[in-house]
Design a protein around this ligand. Structure first.
Ligand SMILES: [Cu+2]
Length: 319
C-alpha cells in the first residue's frame, strides 16, 4: 500500500519535474569587464558568453561580440525562460572605485541589485580590482523587450557612471519567437529569426550612440555616435531606442511607420525620457524604396546640435 503511494508520488514528481524541465530555458554564463577608453570614458567589454541549452549542450558565443569595449556596451540577447549568471570584472586602471551592473526588466534577488550596501542593506554588489562580482538574472515570462543595464556604484557619490559610458542593452525575446509588426500595411506577427539586423540607438543628451546586432553574419558591431545604419530593401529590421542621461527626446525615422507597441496605432515618432525604451520592426524601404532616410531627435535644439543620422536602404539584390 505505502509502496504503491510512494511509487505514484514518485511518478507524479517525475511528471512535474519533466514539465518544469520543458519550461526551463537556457542558462547563460557571461563575463563582462568595465574598462577605461583612451577618451577617458568608461565602457563595458564582453569577455566570455557561453550558453547551456536545456539539453545540456554548451555553446561559446563570445565570437559574436566585438573584441573591443564599446558605448553602448555589448547587447546581451536572451529568451523568456532563460537564466543568466553575469560576472563583472573591474578593469578600470588607476581607479579603486567599485563598479557594478544594475539591470532593468528581468527578475533578480536583492544580492544581484548592483548597488552598495548603504542602499541595499545586504552587501556591496560591485566589482573591485582583482575581485569580480556575479549577478543572477531570470528572464521570467512577461519580461520580453529591450532593457538597459548600467553601472550603479562608480564615482562619488557611489550612484553610478552611466554618464561616462557604462551602459548596455539586454534584449529579451518572447518565448513565442514572434513579434507584432506593421508589414505591407497590416499588423502581423513576424518571426524573430527572420529579422536581419537590429539597430540599438541610445539617445544620450544630444547624441545617438549605436550598436548593430547583425543576424546575417551573427556579429555585433559597435556603431559609436550618430551612425549611418544600412539595410537591404525589404529586409526586416528591428530598432531598439533607449534614453539615458538627463534629456527628453522625440525619436523620428523618415518615411517608415510602425505600430505603437501593444496597440494597432501607426506612428512614426515616440518620446523617450531617461531609461525609457521602445522597440519596433520595419520592412526597410517599404512603400518608399531605397534611399538615404534620415533619423533624428525631433527636439529642435537637439537636432541643431547634431542629434541625427541616416538609415541607408540599399536596393534589394534579391529582387
Ligand atoms: Cu533629443
Amino acid at each position: 500500500m505505502y509502496k504503491t503511494i510512494a511509487v505514484s508520488m514518485f511518478a507524479g514528481l517525475m511528471a512535474i519535474s519533466m514539465l518544469a524541465g520543458a519550461e526551463t530555458g537556457s542558462v547563460h554564463s557571461i563575463t563582462l569587464k568595465a574598462v577605461a577608453l583612451d577618451s577617458g570614458q568608461l565602457a563595458y567589454q564582453m569577455v566570455k558568453h557561453k550558453i547551456k541549452s536545456p539539453s545540456g549542450k554548451v555553446e561559446d558565443i563570445t565570437k559574436r561580440y566585438s573584441q573591443e569595449a564599446s558605448i553602448p556596451g555589448p547587447a546581451i540577447v536572451m529568451t523568456e525562460g532563460d537564466k543568466a549568471e553575469v560576472t563583472l570584472e573591474h578593469g578600470i586602471k588607476g581607479s579603486n572605485d567599485p563598479v557594478s551592473i544594475h539591470v532593468h526588466g528581468v527578475h533578480y534577488k536583492i544580492d544581484s541589485d548592483g548597488t552598495m550596501k548603504i542602499l541595499n542593506h545586504v552587501n556591496d554588489q560591485a566589482a573591485f580590482p582583482g575581485k569580480p562580482y556575479t549577478y543572477k538574472w531570470t528572464a521570467a515570462a512577461g519580461t520580453a523587450g529591450a532593457w538597459p543595464y548600467h553601472d550603479h556604484t562608480f564615482g562619488n557619490p557611489m550612484l553610478g557612471a552611466e554618464d561616462k559610458g557604462l551602459y548596455g542593452t539586454l534584449i529579451i525575446n518572447p518565448k513565442s519567437g514572434k513579434v507584432p509588426a506593421l508589414i505591407d500595411g497590416k499588423v502581423q506577427n513576424v518571426a524573430i529569426k527572420d529579422i536581419k539586423r537590429e539597430f540599438i540607438l541610445w539617445m544620450n543628451e544630444t547624441t545617438f550612440w549605436g550598436m548593430e546586432v547583425n543576424n546575417i553574419v551573427n556579429r555585433q558591431v559597435p556603431l559609436w555616435t550618430n551612425p549611418t545604419l544600412g539595410a537591404r530593401e525589404n529586409d526586416l529590421v528591428r530598432f531598439h531606442v533607449i534614453g539615458i542621461g538627463t534629456g527628453f527626446h522625440t525619436f523620428h525615422l523618415h518615411a517608415h511607420r510602425w505600430i505603437q507597441p501593444g496597440t494597432t496605432h501607426i506612428v512614426d515618432t515616440f518620446n523617450i525620457g531617461p531609461i525609457q525604451r521602445e522597440s519596433f520592426v520595419v520592412k526597410a524601404g517599404e512603400g518608399v524604396g531605397p534611399g538615404m532616410w534620415h533619423y533624428h531627435c525631433h527636439v529642435l535644439q537637439h537636432m541643431q546640435s547634431g542629434m541625427m543620422g541616416a538609415f541607408k536602404v540599399f536596393e534589394s539584390a534579391r529582387n
